[in-house]
Ligand binder design. Structure first.
Ligand code: NAD
Length: 348
């Protein structure tokens, strides 16, 4: 599919390009939808095999940000930027500094329609460089910035799990409920702590044995091998490692009532949402439940206040319940309903 057809299919929006001979910067900013406010989205700086590959990636990701911001009721649209990383761009080098200054000027030229943040291949130091040239950056190392998003993402996922438990079991507590967590990284470990503190029983996995050992020691978790996590007989499966984990190979292994975790793009394909519904498994749509990090960084826009951020993140509970209720009323998969709610807001 050509780029313009793809843009039409995703209902874009604007796409801006920069190519700077002096610094070697080749970048794209995709602004998917600005109806609710300036777009927020991270900047990826990774090698791409072609400009087309970068273009499709940035468009897909920008659209995802529109949906995540809108479902979270943020006054923001969705955007994303990608930089085609040159072969040499050493951290801390003068060349990298000039490179991101030029990128900052490009962001600045968009007049505040796009607020950039850190993503794969960019660092807090790069955001600091950008901030030295434009105010349109979030999540820098400045003292008034929002800091590490992971604890907020974990809080949001925990609230989303509680909403799923309320909807599925009519319970307000997590006491004795069994959660299988896949991935004990920045989000997964925080989530494990939150659930343990609420009395949940944990079975965990990771490809890093030391992460499992830590969860065993701190939370009394049971560890299993990475490939064994799908078949754990638990109440809830929380994917917090990879995307596409709900797929043709895994879906029939699941012995849980609820799938609710932090990973992006958990469904290999949209039809797997229907597959979960048909198996009686309640799915918490990924971009709604894992929005805590975005909510936190968005709080910076109006002056960061950690308490306000915690409060807004905790409201993921209500967002999830609204999705579950509507899915029941409309007899549709929850992933379809989440998209429907967003599209009613942004295309009304
Ligand atoms: P992370 O890289 O810190 O943690 C991922 C963990 O998964 C690591 O401990 C890694 O060893 C483990 N892992 C990798 N492959 C695995 C496998 N096959 N089986 C089991 N474990 C495996 O990442 P994170 O920041 O904790 O994010 C986790 C997921 O949540 C990612 O998909 C990310 O995109 C998504 N997410 C994160 C945030 C955030 O605020 N960090 C926000 C939204 C979404």
């Amino acid at each position: 599919m050509d780029v313009m057809t793809y843009a039409e299919q995703l209902r874009f929006g604007e796409i801006h390009l920069v190519s700077d001979e002096k610094t070697g910067l080749k970048g794209i900013v995709a602004l998917h939808n600005l109806k609710l406010g300036p777009a927020i989205g991270g900047c990826r700086c990774i090698p791409y095999p072609s400009t087309d590959a970068a273009m499709y990636d940035v468009m897909r990701l920008a659209r995802g940000m529109t949906y995540k911001a809108a479902i979270s009721k943020l006054p923001h649209g969705g955007g994303k930027s990608v930089i085609m990383r040159p072969p040499v761009l050493e951290h801390g080098s003068e060349a990298r500094q000039r490179f991101f200054e030029r990128f900052a000027d490009f962001i600045d030229s968009l007049g505040g329609h796009y607020l950039v943040a850190e993503d794969s291949g960019t660092t807090i130091a790069d955001m600091d460089t950008i901030r030295s040239r434009t105010p349109h950056v979030l999540g820098s190392g400045a003292s008034d910035a929002s800091g590490d998003p992971s604890p907020f993402t974990a809080l949001g996922v925990r609230r989303g799990i509680q909403a799923a438990v309320k909807f599925r079991y009519g319970r307000d507590d997590m006491d004795g409920l069994h959660v299988a967590i896949q991935g004990l990284g920045n989000v997964g470990h925080h989530l494990a702590r939150e659930l343990h503190d609420l009395g949940a029983r944990l079975t965990v996995t990771d490809v890093r044995p030391e992460a499992i050992a830590r969860a065993k020691a701190e939370f009394g978790a049971v560890g299993v091998a990475p490939e064994a996590i799908y078949a754990v007989d638990a109440d809830i499966f929380a994917p917090c490692a990879l995307g596409a984990v709900i797929n043709d190979d895994t879906i029939d292994q699941l012995k849980v009532d609820i799938v609710a975790g932090a990973s992006n793009n958990q469904l290999a394909e949209d039809r797997h949402g229907l597959g979960l519904k048909e198996r009686g498994i309640l799915y918490a749509p990924d971009y709604a439940i894992n929005a805590g990090g975005l909510i936190n960084v968005a709080c910076e826009f109006e002056g960061y206040d950690a308490n306000k951020s915690l409060q807004l993140t905790a409201q993921i509970y209500d967002t999830m319940l609204a999705i579950f209720d509507r899915a029941q009323t409309d007899a549709a998969p929850t992933n379809v309903i989440a998209d429907r709610i967003v599209e009613e807001i942004i295309y009304a």
